[in-house]
Design a protein around this ligand. Structure first.
Ligand SMILES: Nc1ncnc2c1ncn2[C@@H]1O[C@H](COP(=O)(O)OP(=O)(O)O)[C@@H](O)[C@H]1O
Ligand SMILES: [Mg+2]
Length: 437
């Protein structure tokens, strides 16, 4: 392609983008703060020009020395202002100020297609639901969303933003960034309040993202996997979830092989705790038997799940939750003798059954881990854990929990209680004080 052709192409594209953004950028395009004053000045200018013209014409009439051409000009200053000024104003209103800067910044961080073009900002608008969120709409120039995601932190720094969400729009031609200004990020601490408790059954609240509360409905997504290096806030988040589940009437079993330091007396009074393997196996065997019992009862009653079963029979079967804070401590086979290995095999087996079948029968797993060993959680358990959350982590742990490195890339190294979900939502978990139990 010659330079001329390139230039032509660029001009054509710019014209197209300009027209595409046309009716919308008029009112909510970037640079509204610059545009509005000009729009307001235009009518004031018209009054002033009209006045000047009147005076000039009056003056000219009193004098014979003025040439007819000058007279004609003087008499037409006002219409000229209306037409030329009006056109200029319209162009200014439509021109998305900030587009060039955005394009250059994205170019600089290397978000470009094969032709070396960066995405073009078409418009910015306020989000209707979340007032602190601005939606940046880009023509993505053929750059797929996963490339945006890979460059997310660079894009955030380049545009001075905190991105809450990225998604396609208009098929895959455009990308929307839901973003808050960089200085309006998430708070470092969000104390839990009882009013945050969801009224809906069986929705648990985890924390807040820039787009509002992050929740999980166990009726739809039955099992939760939490990851994060030590001190990232897993235990606090786990207990936050369990506390809500207890509030909603679930029965909770907790396996804690770290000696129970994380679960003080209040927990032991409310939950079934187990501290060693044989007891754990008994608990899990009990849960699997309950699962089978429910399976039989539900099918006799012709009900597909626990909610409908309870409604149809008037019973109030409770949801059962099995939680394990540091699952690697339990499932690790290193140094185990054959007897222990057999026991661990049975434990895994029970966990896998619950992971596979628990949803309909209201039996759930919430499992946390900090160990970046790929085979600590067997595939048949992990694959059934659809809600995954990871706090501060290295890329190996992030990969194990989320199947991508986003936790390593996006959670600051000093963050506590900051997590990212499998779908890329970053949130600050509520800090829950055990005294509240
Ligand atoms: N949501 C949160 N907000 C603020 N600080 C938190 C939050 N969660 C945890 N922390 C802080 O981090 C510390 C470690 O949390 P913890 O849950 O024990 O981490 P982990 O279990 O991942 O090792 C807590 O003592 C608390 O001070
Ligand atoms: Mg912990």
């Amino acid at each position: 392609m010659t330079r001329n052709e390139k230039y032509d192409r660029r001009r054509r594209r710019e014209r197209r983008d300009f027209l595409r953004g046309f009716p919308l950028t008029l009112f909510d395009g970037p640079g509204l703060a610059v545009k509005l004053p000009f729009a307001a000045l235009y009518p004031l200018g018209a009054v002033w020009v009209w006045n000047q013209q009147e005076q000039a014409v009056a003056l000219a009439q009193g004098s014979d020395l003025i040439s007819p051409v000058l007279r004609l000009i003087l008499e037409n200053i006002f219409p000229a202002y209306l037409i030329i000024g009006g056109a200029a104003l319209l162009i200014l209103l439509c021109y998305p100020i900030g587009r060039k800067a955005a394009e250059e910044e994205l170019h600089r961080v290397g978000l470009v297609n094969h032709a070396g073009e960066a995405p073009a900002l078409l418009r910015k608008r306020r989000d209707e639901t979340y007032p602190n969120i601005t939606i940046w709409e880009f023509d993505n120039r053929g750059i797929p969303l996963n490339e945006w995601e890979d460059k997310r932190t660079s894009v955030e720094t380049a545009l001075d933003l905190n991105i809450a969400k990225m998604k396609y729009s208009k098929g895959k031609r455009r990308v929307l960034l839901y973003a808050a200004p960089a200085r309006a990020g998430l708070p470092d601490m969000l104390p839990w309040k009882d009013k945050y408790l969801s009224q809906e059954s069986f929705v648990l609240v985890l924390g807040e993202s820039l787009l509002g509360p992050v929740t999980v409905n166990l009726a739809n997504i039955p099992h939760i996997l939490l990851g994060g290096s030590t001190g990232s806030g897993k235990s606090v988040l786990l207990k936050l979830l369990l506390m809500q589940a207890i509030h909603k009437g679930a029965a909770v079993c907790i396996a804690d092989f770290k000696g129970g330091v994380d679960f003080p007396a209040a927990w032991r009074e409310t939950c079934r705790m187990c501290f060693e393997e044989q007891d754990l196996l008994n608990v899990l065997t009990g849960l699997v038997e309950e699962l089978k019992r429910r399976k039989r009862d539900f099918s006799e009653a012709g009900c597909p799940d626990i909610d409908r079963y309870n409604r149809a029979t008037g019973k109030s079967l409770e949801r059962l939750i099995f939680a394990c804070d540091e699952v690697a401590e339990v499932l690790d086979r290193t140094g185990a003798d054959s007897e222990q290995k057999k026991l661990l095999g049975q434990i895994e087996n029970r966990l896998a059954t619950i992971a596979r079948l628990g949803r309909a029968f209201g039996i759930h797993l919430i499992i946390a881990t900090q160990r970046p060993d790929a085979n600590i959680i067997p595939g048949q358990i992990k694959n059934n854990m659809d809600f995954r959350v990871c706090g501060r982590a290295d890329s190996v742990l992030s990969q194990i929990i989320l199947d991508n490195t986003s936790a390593a890339d996006q959670i600051p190294k000093d963050a506590r209680g900051r997590f990212i979900t499998g779908d890329g939502t970053v949130f600050q978990g509520y800090l829950f004080d055990e005294e509240q139990l």
